[in-house]
Each structure stands twice: as C-alpha cells, then as structure tokens.
Design a protein around this ligand. Structure first.
Ligand code: SF4
Length: 242
C-alpha cells in the first residue's frame, strides 16, 4: 500500500510538472508560482461569490449562522469536491469540511497526490442548519436543511461550478450526489459510478462517494471510498474507467 501510494504520488507529480496547464491546480514543486490571467479572473469571480454568500439572507439560515462557508481552494482546480452543509466546526471557522471529517478528507486527498490547496471544496448549502438557531455554540444542534433552503442556496454552487469549469466533481455524500445528478437514488447505489452534471453547454463528470463524516461513523466504508478515489485518479491520469 505504501509503495503503491509513493509510486502514485511520483507519477502524479511528474504529470503535473509536465503539463502546460496544471489541470489539478497543483504547481511545480520549485520555482515561482505565476497565476495566469484566467486564474486571476476566476479568483476574483470566486471572491465575488464568497462576498455575496457572506452577506446573504436569502433563507433563514443566514440569520442564525456564526460564519458563512462559501468554499475554499484553488481557482485553477481541476477537481471540485462538493460537500453537504457546514457543521459546528465549519460554522465557527468559515471553512468547509474541517474538524475530524476534514482531517480525514485531507488524508484521502493526500493518498491520491492532492491537497486542499490544489482542489476546490464547496458545500451545496453555505450556512449551518441548526435545530435551535438561538444556540449556535451548542454541539448536537444540527439539522438537515429544508428543500427551500437548499433551493435558495443552489445558485451559489452553480456559479462556482461555472467559474471553475472543473474536469471532475467528487460529490461527498448523498445530498451532494443527488443535487448534482438530479437523482433520488441512495448514495449506496450512486457511489463509484461516474455521472454527469450539466448546465447548458457545461458538462462535468461526477464521481459520487461517501462523505468523510460517514467514514468516521462506519470505517468499513473506507475501502469503497478508496475504490472511488482510484477511479478519480485513473480519470485524471487518462487511464481506464473503473
Ligand atoms: S444557506 Fe445559502 S441561501 Fe441561505 S442564507 Fe446562507 S448563503 Fe444564503
């Protein structure tokens, strides 16, 4: 396993360094990173979305949150990881998928030669849904967002996908997979199978898999996620479909 990962990391780094446009959003190991005009434009457009999210009151979640969580990562990311909605830790720091689930996500990314700074991470809902909005400091005060809240927030993710136009999207969890694929199927049926996100002329491949938080609850799911990440790696390397 360690040898396989080491070899994979070397192959990925070589591929990135030889690429005229870094499709993973990674930069060469040495030298000065120069942002392309396209990246600067994407950065400013992503910042405009983030600014709009931070002042948004389009749904009731905007009045209860401690901090909005617009998303974070590279404007040149070739891979977009889409999560569900902020939890307690995310709400406190304004970053997507942090805490124990975030640490696990970092390890998953590292296993395929990626990092948070190389990809973009965004949730389908940008503010934390709370059972009791008057208790934002309370643990265990989370709830599912309503369909109205999800619909209200969807345009932000749609715009982020348009700006990034990523090569692949990884949908983390059932809600993210259903939102992107327009499916009602459970994550157990969706995961591991490439789907497609469409928005006008934009078509992006989507790999649904389990959310890191689900892996913390059920470690048996880790081997399935590893299969899905290997399929992502093969796709990015131009290899055979899993
Ligand atoms: S969840 Fe989305 S739509 Fe609702 S207030 Fe937050 S940013 Fe606005």
């Amino acid at each position: 396993m360690a040898d396989e990962l080491l070899g994979l990391t070397r192959r990925l780094r070589r591929r990135v360094e030889q690429s005229p446009r870094c499709c993973w959003g990674l930069r060469p190991r040495e030298g000065v990173a120069i942002a392309s005009p396209g990246a600067a434009d994407a950065q400013s457009r992503l910042e405009a979305v983030a600014k709009a999210v931070r002042s948004c009151r389009r749904c009731p979640l905007g009045c209860a949150r401690m901090r909005a969580v617009p998303g974070a990562g590279s404007p040149e990311a070739g891979v977009l990881f889409v999560g569900e909605w902020p939890g307690f830790e995310d709400d406190r720091c304004g970053e997507p998928i942090v805490g124990p689930a975030g640490e696990l996500l970092d390890r998953i990314l590292a296993a395929i030669g990626l990092s948070r700074r190389a990809v973009f991470i965004a949730d389908i809902v940008k503010c934390r849904p709370m059972g009791d909005p008057d208790q934002p400091e309370a643990h265990g005060n989370d709830r599912l967002p309503t369909s109205e809240e999800m619909s209200a927030c969807r345009p932000y993710l749609v715009e982020q996908i348009r700006i990034l136009a990523p090569r692949c999207i990884v949908a983390l969890g059932e809600a993210a997979a259903r939102t992107l694929l327009g499916s009602e199927a459970p994550i157990g049926r969706l995961r591991g199978l490439w789907g497609e996100y469409r928005d006008g002329d934009l078509a992006v491949q989507v790999m649904p898999t389990y959310h890191p938080a689900a892996l913390l609850r059920d470690p048996e799911l880790k081997k399935l996620v590893w299969q899905d990440m290997k399929a992502l790696r093969d796709e990015l390397e131009g290899g055979p479909r899993a």
